[in-house]
Design a protein around this ligand. Structure first.
Ligand code: SF4
Length: 134
């Protein structure tokens, strides 16, 4: 069983209210082999919502509002679901401050990338769940 980013499964849960539909991920969901989650929504953030980036281990909007607690809460809730369904692997949206794995935006809101994981990807890895991006 996979846990997958909701936006890759075609849900309009992105910060701008759109999706990142990915055929492979949608196919896994259709076959009953993947469960879609959106940690930012489960952390209580609205959709649409301001874009966020990781800045010195905190998650901030471009205006400097600290939403780290929402991101952490959402990541924990999604981890619960991942454990509930026995997920051993995850396919997550690249570069997101929640779902990104290996590379994330650098905190300057200028589309530059740095090495690092989003908060949800990091929690999954800590729990031994293999993470790949789309
Ligand atoms: Fe997609 Fe993850 Fe962002 Fe939700 S938090 S919109 S699932 S990348």
């Amino acid at each position: 069983m996979y846990i997958v980013s909701g936006c890759l499964a075609g849900l309009c849960c992105r910060y701008d209210g759109r999706d990142n539909a990915d055929e492979r991920v949608m196919g896994l969901v259709r076959e009953g082999r993947a469960v879609p989650v959106c940690p930012e929504q489960l952390g209580g953030l609205p959709t649409p919502r301001p874009a966020c980036e990781i800045v010195s281990n905190r998650v901030l909007t471009e205006k400097g509002v600290d939403v780290t607690d929402n991101f952490l809460r959402g990541a924990e809730e999604c981890l619960k679901l991942a454990k509930m369904v026995g997920a051993r692997k995850a396919i997550l949206k690249a570069r997101s401050p929640s779902c990104g794995s290996g590379m994330v935006y650098d905190g300057t809101f200028s589309s530059k990338l740095v090495e690092g994981d989003g908060l949800f990807a990091a929690i999954l890895k800590r729990e031994g769940i293999e993470v790949e991006t789309e």
